[in-house]
Ligand binder design. Structure first.
Ligand SMILES: *Cc1c(COP(=O)(O)O)cnc(C)c1O
Ligand SMILES: *[C@@H]1O[C@H](CO)[C@@H](O)[C@H](O)[C@H]1NC(C)=O
Length: 392
């Protein structure tokens, strides 16, 4: 353009290449930099130094995957863009004509994925209550290739005997046993120790624990199964961002501390609720009166912060109770440092068909808490005043 100065020659090239030599990142930072690069320099065609393209691997993601695997006592870990991303990828191990047996009381999104997506791919699905092992035994078919366990379940806190389920399926052929371990994390329960093949996580919940990342994960113990999942992770592409991996890697450093506090806060509240005149039932696997207390003791180091209780009122009392809470926030999700409360029948489990909801006991008087890391006395005071407001 006439009359104007000419741009500096090579400006664009300089902006892209100056000071950006890939070999120089050898500084000894205690917290390494987040590598956001989508591609990695190769010394020669078809040779690489560990990384080639961000979907197949990234230093931050691999760090997190290794850490997750170690925490679960597994050989290989996998990061995904969400918990359901992990679930979709794991379900893609199945082929048309295969059958999957799933716990009846699974996470709503897992239920929806199985019923509305996986079933369209020609995979047969049966939901049964795994807490009665004879149900599993009866429902196993010649083409059963996967058993999907979630334990404890949501919002009923049913506990599935992982070792017993594995033993039963092992006697019936090559069936992959998957455990969704979101509610307890590897700190409180390690399903691979009991023979499960795959552990899946919504890292969004306790593993990250700060309510600021949506991410999923999986861990396996078997190299061959790991290779199949690694292939699917890359082929399907449901991968997380390096920044999110960084956040979860950091969060894992306080997992043990957080889970101890979630555990003790929730147990103290559950014991308090048990004595409350307006409470009919407390569903918490750490209470000796819980019907799966013995299995819980056998396979977990205690329970986390999420549990439910049934009160003596109805929908109206639930509404009043929830809107009167000050420290507990009325919200879906769980596993963060902040305490949450919700009404599954009209919130998280509204998509479960009414009939199934009734069978599962998800009534309008069932309230789910996700007890956070606050001072437990303050949480109890908050619940107490909400009861007083709801039951005048
Ligand atoms: C939240 C959750 C999921 C799904 O995870 P997203 O990260 O929300 O996709 C799966 N299983 C359980 C038990 C969950 O609580
Ligand atoms: C993971 O997080 C911890 C704690 O912040 C940090 O010391 C470690 O270097 C992190 N790893 C990477 C690869 O960032």
């Amino acid at each position: 353009m006439a009359g104007f100065l000419k741009p500096t020659p090579g400006f664009a090239t300089t902006a892209i290449h100056h000071g950006q030599d890939p070999e120089k990142w050898k500084c000894a930072a205690v917290v390494p930099p987040i590598v956001t690069s989508t591609t990695f320099k190769q010394p020669a065609p078809a040779e690489h130094t560990g990384y080639e393209y961000g979907r197949s691997g990234n230093p931050m993601r691999n760090t997190l995957e290794e850490c997750m695997a170690a925490l679960d006592g597994g050989k290989e870990g996998f990061g995904f863009a969400s918990g359901l991303g992990a679930t979709s990828t794991v379900l893609s191990l199945l082929s048309k004509g295969d059958h999957i047996l799933s716990m009846d009381d699974v996470y709503g999104g897992t239920n929806r994925l199985l019923r509305q997506v996986t079933s369209r791919m020609g995979v047969e699905i049966t939901f049964v209550d795994f807490t009665q092992l004879e149900n599993v035994e009866k429902a196993l078919q010649a083409n059963t290739k996967m058993c999907w366990i979630e334990s404890p379940t949501n919002p009923n806190l049913k506990v599935v005997d992982i070792a017993a389920t594995v033993k039963l399926t092992r006697s019936r052929g090559e069936i992959i046993v998957v455990v969704d371990n979101t509610f307890l994390t590897s700190y409180l329960q390690r399903p691979l120790d009991f023979g499960a093949d795959i552990v899946v996580y919504s890292l969004t919940k306790y593993m990250n624990g700060h309510s600021d990342v949506i991410m999923g994960g999986a861990v396996v113990n078997d190299k061959a199964l790991g290779a199949r999942l690694r292939f699917l992770q890359n082929a399907m592409g449901v991968v997380p961002s390096p920044f999110d991996c960084y956040l979860v890697n950091r969060s894992l450093k306080t997992l043990a501390l957080r889970m101890e506090r979630h555990k003790s806060n929730a147990l103290t509240i559950a014991e308090w609720l048990q004595k409350h005149p307006k409470v009919v039932e407390v569903k918490h696997p750490g209470l000796p009166c819980h019907r799966h207390y013995e299995i819980s003791k056998k396979q977990t180091c205690g329970h986390s912060g999420v549990f439910s209780f049934v009160h003596a009122g109805e929908l109206q009392e639930s509404r009043k109770f929830l809107s009167s809470l000050n420290i507990f926030t009325l919200a879906e999700s769980l596993g963060g440092y902040e305490s949450l409360a919700e009404l599954p029948s009209v919130m998280t489990h509204a998509s479960v068909p009414a009939k199934q909801r009734e069978e599962l006991g998800i009534t309008d008087a069932l309230i789910r808490l996700s007890v956070g890391l606050e001072d437990v006395d303050d949480l109890i005071k908050d619940l107490d005043q909400a009861f007083n407001a709801a039951f005048v």
